[in-house]
Ligand binder design. Structure first.
Ligand SMILES: [Zn+2]
Length: 402
């Protein structure tokens, strides 16, 4: 096994979260007795470039075939992209002749924000692109590689801005993707990525971010190694609130732009947080197991007292918690989720029934287990306003009852 960025074979096994079913493959009730495939979910860290990564990459065609996530389903996306695009247009002085390309453009929510100020183009292999095309946003429905970049250059000039938001950790063929980026990027172009930040996985125990769609957990040092291989360097970085804590990384061709003080500052912060020391990962594994033991003691204790418990949110993150902790229908009666594509089906691996949000209000279980801890405040406020009267359990490092 080799590091996904630096190809070294010095991968250190951090922990195993067990074997998991694919997070977007929901099961029809009549198929509940059928066998299903599970894949190993193990976290490694590279001893050379310090990239945290999972060990087994599932075939993307299998993983994203039933991809049901749309950007606009997250209410935080649109205002966040609006601010980002406004800042890109102003900071890099983009004009109507300039090209902005969004890779993994999904339903086109980011490209919409340019609103005629620049030429736009999206690239994405998933069926969610149908929504972008319906909005009139030019979109290539394909994986992005050097060949895709060359095809674009036959029609368009090189891109002044290339964005990849919350998808840069999903890409299996990273070298093909990066070759495409450097082919398509203008000499003074900017490549902007936003990804969940490893520091939060480690310090805030956001282990639910570990699932088969996330192949890598970025911090700045390994990204620097990756970009250097393609003649790029990170010239600025910001921490954002996306997904409970992300990094927005600005890269350009080496030497073209001055490097902001934000770059060494974040590297120092990451070093102080222990991201570049193996001791941190060993301690993290022990903390991870303790968090599971605490959550299961709490849940089994409540069940033994006759409590009813429902889950909130059948997301990929929630499925990691369910399948790592071994939570099954004997603990959670059902999970509520807003997506009609999931309702009436069984959650992957755990086979817990998924119902509409209304079910929680109608049945009023004693407890509601919040399965997306990074959205807990929004979820608790919303469900309380709607009339849920029970208590909330939040599955953090130390599970809390609120
Ligand atoms: Zn490495």
């Amino acid at each position: 096994m080799h590091c996904q960025i630096c190809s070294s074979n010095e991968l250190i096994h951090v922990t195993s979260l067990g074997h998991h079913a694919l997070p977007d493959v929901f099961v029809a009730p009549q198929e509940a007795a059928e066998p299903f495939t599970v894949y190993p979910l193990d976290l490694y860290v590279c001893g050379r470039c310090w990239l945290a990564q999972i060990g087994h990459a599932v075939d993307p065609a299998l993983l994203f075939r039933d991809f049901v996530y749309t950007t606009e389903s997250n209410p935080a996306s649109r205002p966040h992209f609006q601010r980002l695009v406004d800042s890109l247009v102003e900071r890099f002085q983009l004009g109507t002749e300039d090209l902005a390309v969004d890779l993994a453009s999904n339903d086109g929510t980011l490209l919409e924000q340019y609103a005629g100020r620049v030429r736009v183009l999206g690239v994405d292999p998933s069926s969610t692109t149908g929504l972008a095309i319906a909005k009139g946003l030019p979109t290539i429905v394909d994986f992005f590689t050097e060949a895709t970049a060359e095809k674009i250059l036959a029609t368009y000039q090189p891109a002044k801005v290339i964005t990849t938001m919350n998808a840069f950790a999903h890409i299996k063929e990273l070298d093909a993707f990066m070759s495409g980026v450097v082919t398509l990027l203008a000499e003074d172009g900017v490549f902007v990525t936003e990804s969940h930040h490893l520091q939060n996985v480690i310090t805030k125990m956001h282990y639910d971010l570990i699932h088969h769609e996330h192949l890598r957990f970025y911090s700045l040092q390994p990204l620097t190694v990756l970009f250097a291989r393609y003649g790029l360097e990170v010239f600025d970085v910001e921490e954002t609130a996306t997904q409970g804590g992300s990094i927005l990384v600005y890269a350009g061709r080496t030497g073209v732009r001055p490097v902001s003080a934000n770059v060494p500052r974040l590297l120092e912060q990451e070093t102080a947080a222990g991201l570049y020391s193996i001791d941190t990962y060993q301690a993290w594994t022990a903390r991870l197991m303790q968090s599971k033991q605490r959550l299961m003691s709490l849940l089994y204790g409540l069940k033994a007292q006759g409590a009813t418990i429902a889950g909130i949110g059948a997301s990929a993150k929630g499925n990691t918690i369910l399948n790592y902790c071994g939570i099954r229908p004997d603990v959670l009666d059902y999970i509520t989720d807003g997506s009609e594509l999931k309702q009436g089906k069984l959650a992957p691996g755990s086979l817990i029934p998924v119902t509409a949000d209304q079910e929680l209000l109608d049945r009023q279980p004693d407890y509601a287990l919040v399965l997306t801890s990074n959205l807990k405040d929004i979820i608790i406020r919303k469900l309380t306003e709607k009339g849920y009267q029970g208590k909330f359990i939040v599955a953090g490092e130390v599970p809390s009852v609120e």
